[in-house]
Design a protein around this ligand. Sequence first.
Ligand SMILES: [Zn+2]
Length: 249
Amino acid sequence: MIEIIVVLRRNSIVMFLFACCFFAIAFEVYNLALHPNLEEWREQGLVVSSVDTKQKVVALTFDDGPNPDATPEVLNLLQKYEARATFFVLGMYAEKYPELIKSIQYQGHEIGSHGYSHNIRQYNNPQLARSDVKRSLMAIASISGIRPRLLRPPGGFLSRDLVSYCRDEKLTIVTWTWNADYKDWKAVNSCLLAKQIITGVEPGQIILLHDGGENREVMINALSLVLPSLSKMGYEFVTVSELMALKNQ
Ligand SMILES: [Zn+2]
């Protein structure tokens, strides 16, 4: 009898832990770019993931920088192929590498905020999320002289509070085209990564890449293949704001 109770208790504990894990994962997924209100927010123009256009244009976006190892190389490549892009920078790195923010700006690219510290869990607390965004905007504006109009929350985090804060602050939340996230941060083969981007391209895509983080060589090598190939296919690389202006054109 005691043994049965012990087994039952063990099963209950396992079931309880399983349920906890399930709800924790469900909560994260709910907040990370798959929010049930997403479609409504897209229709209202509060969240942008891609732009309906017939023109051969795409927006390349680079997250988590600026990064002294990768950002200059990305900038050189963009300049070589006369491509413009959008850099969603972290406030803490903008403060650390202000000269890179200025280089991005001087070369005609757009700078959006990716929050201050990339602490995604902080975003579960509306107050902490607001102050993280605010701090990043101030950091970027103090260097570039321009307050960003675009926010890509870390991890694509979305919540009602964050969306309403951004609406009040006239910030557009920019995620990415769902099938244009090639997980470049863990890619090991630059030819394969380039091939995925080239074969998956469609007008109006917002392509997610990362200049921040370590080991960016694979992404940079892929970019050196993607830029000439897509240019030959007739594609133009524009900033996210320029892409948004081409809606329904
Ligand atoms: Zn990020």
